[in-house]
Design a protein around this ligand. Structure first.
Ligand code: PHE
Length: 341
């Protein structure tokens, strides 16, 4: 007897002898389907067996083919019967089981809400549009030029260092020193002035990136840039604008203190501190009068135009407004935290 013939006959004997038990053992529909697949699925026992048929000697094929078909049909019949029986049993269980208590209160869906950063961003934009500012936007991946050079950073400024700035890889897989994740929203100043003529007043909220990581610094955070260009703009206008916007944001009279500081793109430059009534001073951003060199870089006449600019940490403002001690909590997406205010 040929090997193929023996294998076929033994296999068929085995399937014939075992299929009933295999199918009847299934307690629910998924296991019944799995058991059925083990017999007649693409990788099933019988399916594999039938592939041997072509190696079986010709004079035995007809006989064995008929037997195989009979087994296949028997399996199908048993499977269909079992499927029906399981469905009937499930229906029966539902009808005789405990009744549905329609008086039970339903499960209330958890309503979503805006993230605190998004909320404060919307509030900021409301305040500034009511003061006559336009809203501007810019890309998170920008050029070295827009982020540093045109803002008057000297070529070797530490902020442009690998330590502070995330650079982007070019198509060749190498770090491209001209393309980066913006480290501040001041890129928006350059972009807006390059495409518009003065006078103008814009604010641009957005995400910025720095290689910074501790309780009050996150490598990804949010800033709001403000820029106003007109004739005869003074530092008093800047202080007034900050005072009004912070007071409207916090809904109470907020004191603003400007502390002399240095940023390459403003002169004079200052840190902005804010204090709510009875609270502590907190540093929330930088500001100053637009440096003439920046106007030159965007083609504005520095003899004619003056302006102020500021950059605020939106996350910082959210921390103050909502009393969040750790900036990371804002980005961990823990619903217990996010639904707590
Ligand atoms: N871009 C500065 C920073 O991120 C803040 C700033 C903006 C300062 C505008 C002055 C004027 O630190």
């Amino acid at each position: 007897m040929s090997d193929a013939l023996k294998a076929f006959e033994d296999g068929l004997d085995e399937v014939e002898a075992s299929y009933r038990e295999v199918l009847s053992g299934a307690a629910d529909e998924p296991s019944l389907r799995a058991a059925n697949a083990k017999l007649v699925g693409p990788e099933g026992r019988l399916t594999k067996l039938l592939k041997l048929m072509k190696s079986v000697p010709g004079d035995r094929r007809k006989d064995l083919g008929q037997r195989s078909n009979a087994v296949k049909n028997a399996i199908k019949e048993l499977f269909d019967g079992q499927l029906e029986a399981l469905a009937a049993a499930a229906r029966e269980a539902e009808l005789t089981g405990p009744a549905l208590d329609v008086t039970l209160p339903g499960r209330r869906p958890l309503p979503g809400r805006l993230h605190p950063i998004t909320r404060i961003k919307h509030e900021l934009m409301d305040v500034f549009t009511s003061l006559g500012f336009d809203i501007a936007d810019g890309p998170e991946i920008d050029t070295h030029e827009n982020c540093f050079d045109k803002l008057g950073f000297p070529p070797d400024h530490p902020a442009t260092d690998m330590q502070d700035t995330f650079f982007v890889k070019g198509a060749d897989g190498n770090v491209d020193p001209r393309t980066l994740l913006r480290t501040h929203t001041s890129t928006i100043q350059i972009r807006e002035m390059s495409r518009r003529e003065p006078p103008l007043a814009v604010v641009g909220p957005g995400v910025v990136y720095r290689r910074d990581d501790d309780a009050t610094h996150s490598p990804m955070f949010h800033q709001l840039e403000g820029l106003l260009v007109d004739e005869n703009v003074s530092m008093a206008d800047l202080q007034g604008a900050l005072q009004v916007f912070l007071s409207r944001l916090f809904g109470e009279v907020v004191e603003v203190r400007l502390r002399p500081s240095y940023f390459p793109f403003v002169e004079p430059g200052a840190e902005v501190d804010a204090r709510r009534p009875g609270g502590e001073w907190m540093e929330i951003g930088g500001c100053g009068m637009v440096h003439p060199v920046v106007f030159e870089h965007v083609g504005y006449d520095p003899e004619k135009w003056t302006g102020f600019a500021f950059g605020m940490g939106i996350d910082r403002m959210a921390m103050v407004k909502y009393g969040v001690p750790n900036i990371k909590a804002l980005f961990e997406n823990d619903v217990r935290f996010l639904s707590s205010f």
